[in-house]
Design a protein around this ligand. Sequence first.
Ligand code: F3S
Length: 688
Amino acid sequence: MRAEIKTAKSAGFCFGVDRAVKLVYQALDEGKRVATLGPIVHNESVVGDLNAKGARIVSDPAELAPGETLIIRAHGVPQAVYQQLSEQGNPVIDATCPFVARIHKIVMEQTAAGRHVFIAGDPKHPEVQGIVGHCRGNCTVFRDADELKCLIDRSLPERLAIVAQTTYNKLLWGECIKLLPSDHPDLQVFDTVCSATAARQSDADLLSRASDLMIIAGGRHSSNTVKLYDVCSRNCPSWLIETAEELQQHADEIRQKAAEIAAKAGSGHILKIGITAGASTPAHIIKEVQTNMSGIFDTDTTIPENEDFAAAFEEELDKTFPKKIRKGDRVKGIVASIGGNNEVMVDVGAKQTGYITLSELTSDASKKPSDLVKVGDELELVVIQVNDAEGTVQLSKRRVDEMIGFDNILKAYEAGEVLEGTVISVVKGGLVADSNGVHVFIPASQSGLGRGADLNVLLKQPIRFVIIDTNEQRRRAVGSIRQVQKAERDAAKAKFWETAKVGDVYTGEVKSLTSYGAFVDLGGIDGMVHVSELSWARIHQPSDVVEVGDTLEVYIKALNPETGRISLGHRRPEDNPWVKFTNEYQVGDVVDATVVSVTSFGAFARITDGIDGLIHISQLSNERVSNVKDVVNVGDVVTVKITAIDSEKKRISLSMRAATDDGAAEDEEAEADEVVYSDEAPAEDAAE
Ligand code: F3S
């Protein structure tokens, strides 16, 4: 029997599967511990080979060992899986086919815009489950035109988008689209059937129409292989086989069918045999099938290479993603996921998968990607490397931030604008601050700290500064905190002198102390509280009652705009202890007082805070006292009678004798003697 064997041009691995399989082999070659989330391809021989080389299969990221690299296969995964991997911290190699990733992007955008998404496909297929996992719970999956019709009859959502699984049958997709009402007010249709699938199906359809019998090589679990079998078996007797050995098992059956066909066709008929293969069938299996078929029919066959298909596929890919990416291009990208290896995957609308490493995301090593970006964010990026072999493009956000940041620095320099930043390091001679992603040098003399001060106090602190010099070529800028502080002080002073008046109350920090007073910051300008104004009690120096850094409530006692002197008060009349005392006590009251000092003529005893009275030696006891310390000592609490109050001299006389029954008779003879309360203080000096 004469036979002619033809192989479909588009048989075998598609771009997406080919890329995914290569990425696994590459990761293994690099010595990585690798697992794939499900079999990387529906082909046992490929999976078996990868397994033998060390790539294990997991069904859930939770099964990964720490540090084990997970390879996401071409089908893609739901958004939640990226989240899980990010939390686990496992490195990820994302081999999601760019066509599938495009569907993820579409459904994310559509659901974000408030549209419900219809997905044509098999709800149990991992690709469809991955798409569903990007729809924010706002989608419905239908298998075929009948199921779509049921949905239409039930009433369609007011805002609707429709996509298809990449391997969905092109003819069925056409039938479904025809069913959709043309008057729907808001319907977006996205034809997402992969052209590789369509090309393979159409090639298989054409070849099977022109053939007497067809062999379809591929996995029985591969949906696109099964679809090829469906297409071919409609046109001629077809066999689906997984391996070349399996073909041998069907050899007799195939010969018999061929003989029947040849007999029907009559003598001289040349039997036409077609071969095609699913997207997950490696080239070596196709070659083995071709060779075995030649053996079965004892005929030669030329084995076409798939180079034409590869070129055609590239063309299709370019049509789907017309955007061309070159090194150095500035592009916009949408964050698609954040990987556990601190890489951010970005959709730049091109056929390549974009990614940003952490060092190209930020110059701040303390940050994680999740601190800086979230899924769906649009980023300004620059292309730093294109790898067509891997289908990846490396991007940098940090470099764009620096470019934009330096432009802003130049504008701020011209406008004299105050910038904000954070001190990121202390270097020889000054500080380095990060502002808008640009590093600005601040000399120590411009740090706003005193000469010789420890610059480390500003490390990691937010600062405000102005640019005082730039070098555009080298992208260098020099800043000054000191100038900002001076300008702010000048502005505060001007405002103070415009509005301040005697009696105004301020709460300020004590900036410095002298022997005669305390200088208080009133908000950019200092005033002085004289030592006599600090306390009603007798004090020797300001440090007896306040320290630098204390907060003090003060009021303006006097202002002199010409000399710039501001005199402040702190004591309040209502707190005057003498007034409080005379309001509460009177002559004749018996009180407990604490001896605070002892002299040769008597003892001073404290009645209330700041108010002391004298117990004359003659009033210590009914007995004659020759030495005061024989009766009282500092710290003793004694019961005394107030025998006299001299409001003019602010003196109080006390008597222990008069406080006792025995001494009471002699009370009236007791004379008011010395001293006691005093608020005298040195003359005031006004603040400088
Ligand atoms: Fe991608 Fe199409 Fe293959 S979607 S995985 S190139 S079938």
